[in-house]
Design a protein around this ligand. Sequence first.
Ligand code: FMN
Length: 346
Amino acid sequence: MNTFEFDDLKSPIIQAPMAGGVNTPELASAVANFGGVGSFGFAYTTPENIEKSLLSTKKLTSGHINANFFVFKDIKLPNKNIQNTCIEALTSLPFNEGVEFTVPSFPFFPSLNDQLGPIWESRPSILTFHLGVPDLCIIEKAKSLGIKVGITATSEAEAIIVANAGADFIVAQGIEAGGHRGVFNLESEDHQLTLENLLLKLRRTVSLPLVAAGGLMDGADIRRVMSLGASAAQLGTAFLCCPEAGTSAVHKHYLLNSHDRKTEITQAFSGRPARGIDNTFIHLMKNKPTLPFPAQNSLTAHLRKTAQDTSSGEFVSHWAGQNFKKIRPLPCLQVLQLLKTELERP
Ligand SMILES: Cc1cc2nc3c(=O)[nH]c(=O)nc-3n(C[C@H](O)[C@H](O)[C@H](O)COP(=O)(O)O)c2cc1C
């Protein structure tokens, strides 16, 4: 296996893990072959499909691949009254014809141990975790196999927990980032640090390498975070409109044509704060009750699928970072070449 070291990267770019069908072998291998890191967000993926994706990718690249997982926590559903209020909130939406809302049942998320089976076999160079720290034996096992482990942190307190858990690096996620915010505990106060402030704070607090994530769209952005002490930059939104990405047509349409809209952080789709392009669903669900993550994700699944199938982008999540208007809808290699030229510009 190809042991991963930040210093050996030809390009300090990590294509972000993006669960929900965006990551593909074609996208990940294009970035890995360029000398960066290609990623897969396997949050809800079955072990069989994880194995398939990694095998297909191995045929396209011998470069660095990152397999990423959510750290789900056991949840208890609230009492029947609250469940019914959550269903009523969704049923009251204008777009609900033919949509059934049923309270999701256990298990709400896949078993991480089962999902990791193909990882121990295939051994990608990097394993990363989002939304918390996994069991320490998982980190130890990865390291014993030569797999580097990274964990997202959004604050100094989380970064210290990550360092004490024995991770190899920290993915510092600023408030600008698209998709789910990596906060560990929804009960604690979220200081919503910008990427720049987070990097400055973490550089003083921990000695682990930092990967900067959140709102980075061009080479000048990458240069700026590297000058603040980041070892690499993780870009998600910048790759969403590449033809190699599995982003849905309606998501791409919103990303390229919503120049009159902003992004919002909402819990309404999944039960956890995540940043996406503002739409009717986010607007109508403001201050409405939601089930705990990820039960709310299951509860809204049918609605999102129906909306997706009928191209009603107003009721689907369009995860995107704050700077989505700077997306370049180009083949991945061209995006990477532009990033390189801009990064090297004096
Ligand atoms: C569509 C989408 C899905 C995402 N899914 C994941 C995920 O599965 N795991 C993860 O660690 N981060 C996920 N993220 C967050 C990214 O890792 C990263 O923090 C973010 O993309 C950086 O901000 P940017 O989108 O402005 O580049 C996702 C982001 C987006 C846009």
